[in-house]
Write a protein that binds this ligand. Structure first.
Ligand code: ADP
Length: 538
């Protein structure tokens, strides 16, 4: 067979050639822009040539601090298109972590959204390798900034070459992108994505039994483009010529619902807290969501009740998937097998709310000690994954040793596998509640609580206990219309039939808001720290 390298540049080339009329709809700070792939292609090539003129070379890291919009999409292809490395930076991390990440990756250029300028201006004196800043703004004039030298993105494009070729002589294993995980302890860890890994992952997103992204779709990535390449959606959607909607910096539930209705979005992707917010919005307002054929949800466990609400009340099919920064990220996805369609509703929803089957191309096993667990849906162990879009190390990081062993990625996630091969995540190792020598799944308790009609959000954490080591405490946010009308006992009675008595949370604490991580997951570390003296003081 021919050895043609798989390259990121070729993904956009296909869209330019075959889908020049298809659109990218992009919201920025000042409004909504409509661009065709022909325009995106020319702008990307202009940018690529300007980057070369500014001295960016093969292998150089190009950092971005940006929301989901067309300019960010253009850098997604311009940087790898000249052999440089697209380094998306999570702009919601602390200034210390952002500084660490930029210095550790040795970014040469930084692309910065106008509204992120103050954040970078604050840390600029600590950035050791950055040679230039490129500011993304809709305004003609560059905003006032202390970053030097600073270039206007649009001015750079004007002086660029719209026919600039993408690099050809490249090894498909060369780096194309990188992303740091938001570490819960210590510094963030960097993962490097190869051209080959990104292209193969894009193939995976197009499979009928995964997300089936195709030309017929209108794809809206709500998951930030700085969080594992918006789960690879921008790459796959461009390659397949799908229309794309990039919701920009203001992705409130209302804006998302409006985009779905107006742009007839068919596939959208995001973490559960985004969809809890959308569900709330759909309950309040009246929107036409009939165009949606899939809500792709991952990043943390999708509550069963939420899946049911979308599917039964709004007739919106829900796709629960699992992955990590280290897995590009799609690793498993929940789908029914053809012979399971006739199962009763309860069985179907049980399967649908698992994380599902490993996607074609990857391999997995779940081990307890040295042995693989039984596929009985009960025995728990650590999930291990390997395959062509799974990282094999952390970038220049000693912690590689802990997570990559014998050719496998040790995910740090505890899971069971059922008879059909479906993975169900019990918890992250560190989130399992260890009570009296037994394990309690915080995810299962959260799921059960979020099935109550009054509960908007719930997060359960293990709190140090003098006798039991840890006990579960539930933090709950009630829906506005139920505030003050539901008490702890009602919620405990509601979930009690599903659990052994000792699993039930000792306490339910009502809150106005549950703290979230930089990518919208419940911030359990913060809850644990707030509650750490709960039993000591009691
Ligand atoms: P971060 O570490 O910043 O949260 P990642 O996106 O890499 O960023 O997090 C990956 C982790 O998220 C996984 O190891 C797993 O614990 C959790 N996760 C991802 N998808 C799911 C899911 N569908 N259900 C439960 N947990 C999930």
């Amino acid at each position: 067979m021919m050895q043609l390298p798989l390259t990121v540049g070729s993904l956009l080339e296909r869209a330019e050639k075959f889908f020049p009329k298809k659109q990218v709809v992009s919201r920025t700070l000042s409004g909504i822009h409509h661009l065709t792939y022909k325009e995106i292609g020319q702008r990307t090539r202009r940018l690529a040539s300007s980057l070369e003129k500014l001295g960016v070379k093969k292998g150089d890291r190009v950092g971005t601090l940006a929301w989901n919009h067309h300019r960010h999409l253009e850098i997604y292809f311009a940087a790898p298109g000249i052999g440089a490395v697209l380094h998306t930076i999570n702009l919601r991390l602390s200034p210390e972590h952002i500084t660490y990440i930029i210095n550790h990756a040795e970014d040469k250029m930084l692309f910065v959204d106008e509204d992120i300028l103050p954040l970078i201006e604050r840390v600029k004196d600590s950035l050791k390798t950055v040679k230039a800043y490129i500011i993304m703004t809709d305004q003609d004039k560059l905003p006032r900034t202390s970053l030097q030298p600073a270039y206007s993105y649009e001015r750079l494009l004007e002086s660029g070459d719209p026919k600039h070729p993408f690099i050809q002589n490249i090894d498909e294993n060369d780096p194309a992108g990188m992303c740091y995980t938001s570490a819960t302890t210590g510094n963030p860890k960097g993962v490097v994505y190869s051209h080959r890994g990104i292209v193969l992952h894009s193939f995976a997103l197009g499979l009928a039994d995964t997300t089936a992204i195709s030309e017929k779709d209108t794809c809206m990535a709500v998951v930030p483009m700085f969080h594992v390449n918006a789960w690879g959606m921008p790459f796959a959607a461009t390659w397949f010529g799908s229309k794309q909607v990039l919701p920009g910096p203001m992705f409130t539930p209302k804006h998302l619902a409006e985009f779905i209705q107006e742009e007839k979005v068919s596939v959208t992707a995001g973490v559960p807290t985004i969809w809890l917010g959308l569900l709330n919005e759909l309950e309040r307002g009246s929107y036409d969501t009939s165009s949606l054929r899939a809500i792709l949800c991952g990043g943390s466990a999708a509550p069963t009740a939420m899946i049911q609400a979308f599917e039964q009340k709004y007739k919106i099919p829900f796709l629960h998937a699992y992955g990590m920064t280290e897995t590009t990220p799609l690793a498993t996805i929940s789908t029914l097998k053809s012979y399971q369609k006739d199962l009763d509703e309860a069985e179907v929803i049980t399967i649908r709310s698992k994380q599902g089957l490993i996607v074609p191309g990857l391999e997995m096993k779940v081990i307890a000690g040295d042995n693989e667990v039984k596929w009985d849906g009960k025995e728990m162990g650590e999930l291990l994954i390997r395959g062509p879009w799974i990282a094999n190390e952390y970038y220049k990081d000693e912690r590689t040793k802990e997570s990559f062993k014998d050719g496998w990625l040790y995910t740090g996630d505890v899971a069971t596998v059922d008879e059909e091969g479906n993975v169900k995540l019990v918890d992250r190792t560190k989130d399992l509640v260890k009570s009296g020598g037994e394990w309690i799944s915080s995810v299962d308790l959260e799921n059960a609580l979020m099935a109550h009609e009054a509960v908007f959000e719930s997060s359960v954490v293990g709190v140090p206990h003098p006798q039991w080591q840890e006990r579960p405490i539930a933090c709950v946010v009630l829906k506005d219309s139920y505030k003050g009308k539901v008490n702890k006992q009602e919620l405990l009675d509601f979930i009690a039939p599903q659990f052994a008595k000792w699993w039930l949370p000792d306490e339910i604490i009502f809150m106005d808001d549950i703290p979230k991580t930089s990518v919208g997951k419940f911030l359990k570390r913060e809850l644990r720290s707030r509650l750490k003296n709960y039993y000591i003081e009691a």
